[in-house]
Design a protein around this ligand. Sequence first.
Ligand code: PLP
Length: 481
Amino acid sequence: MFGGEEVEITPGMQRYIDKNNAYLAKRDKYIRETVKNWKFDTIAVHGLYSVEEAIEDYQGAIIEPIFMSASQAYRDSDEMAAALAYLIPTWCYSRIANPSTYYYEWMLAMLESYGFDGETGCCSTSSGMAAIMTATQPFLVHKKQHTHEPRNFLATAQCYGGTFQQFNVRLMEERGIECRWIEDPTNIDNWASKIDENTRFLYGELPSNPQQGFFDVPAVADLAHSHDLPLICDSTVATPALLRPICHGADIVVQSATKSLTTSGFGVAGALTARKNLVSNIDNDDLKQDFALYVKYMPNRDYGPNLHPLQAIMTMNDMRTLRSKMDLLSRNTMKVAEFLQTHSQIESVQYLGLPNHALHELASKYMWLVDAEYDELYGKPVNRYGHLMSFCVKGGAEETRKFFDGLQRIWRATDLGRIKSVATIPAISTHQQQGEEGRKLAHVPPNMVRLCVGGEHADDTIGDLDQALNKVGSKTAVAVS
Ligand SMILES: *Cc1c(COP(=O)(O)O)cnc(C)c1O
């Protein structure tokens, strides 16, 4: 497994392999026959950690233990040899794996593939940016050693500022790997016309931060697959409670778990979830068969962008209430968006939930509150659009800053996904470094405010926005009822 030298298997090693195969068979049966039958909330609450396991192995701890240990000891040389040749599941050293991150990875893999009838794997990372790096780098290798063929990839220009910089500066400027930006990802010809024999993957963020860009995942996935390429999606803004791109054909999903997956704001974390047997024109069977395990055991072992076990458990603990939180936060955001839309100081509001948004219809095909049909409050499918929105203030950059400085309870911070409402002006913060031209390409005007609506009562959030907006402009704004 995983290249390298063929290891000679001693009878002692074989005993460990057999024992661990029995464990894997039991685990897979538990997933197949038990976990796969659970609703989303149950998976989010329990993941792979069972009562039986807790009592047998972990003194009944009802929360997954935090394994604050750099490494794992082995019973003897046979077990060590089998583990380090990756012949048995192991965590050996926390840069490669750790039991706490294992539970986090399984929970995300199962949430991200809820409703998907194939297998997925997940690899945790130290941040969302590390997840993007981990998801993309393996496709950018030179296909033959000592060759330097040109390489390119396609990506939606409407994306997180950090992603723009990673692609534009780190890959394109510093390493000569061409990023072909897609300005209108809803136009499939835009994607199709930019693919050639040197293309390695298609990348799209949806809904995009902060512009609320969106695209038709199955259409782009079909196009990618017809060229033997994978589709990678950044689904941070939606979370698996509202959108699961793998169910619609995407091969890999990256998450900044720092954001709505946690909401607590305790720290930074990320992950990628990949379907098994994904599509790629890279001649590497390990990579294609189980991408998440491949990157975990190979490139990430060597680069080391891994998640800390304490952060893994804290992140997972936040994820247990994901569905109900995303429902509440989405509903609050809808009320705020409706209010802003009627305000005389507001030029425009970008929120996919608004029926007059150009992409509302498209987003409504894919953004659903998971399991709403089993929720006694709803009893039928309901659309939810998340808690990120943006809007433009009348009067340009200066008036926008005046409004922004007037906010009293909404936090001014380059953050999102919090249970507390947070706002920023992307042009002077998250999207400052990409320059004016880059912001134009990404549809980020200077008077745009990004608002992530929290769990406060919507009336209080609206009250804060209203008083700050009323400080803008020479005349007092009149609130329209
Ligand atoms: C924040 C963010 C990232 C980067 O995640 P970090 O955890 O901050 O590294 C990537 N994509 C999107 C959409 C984000 O909002």
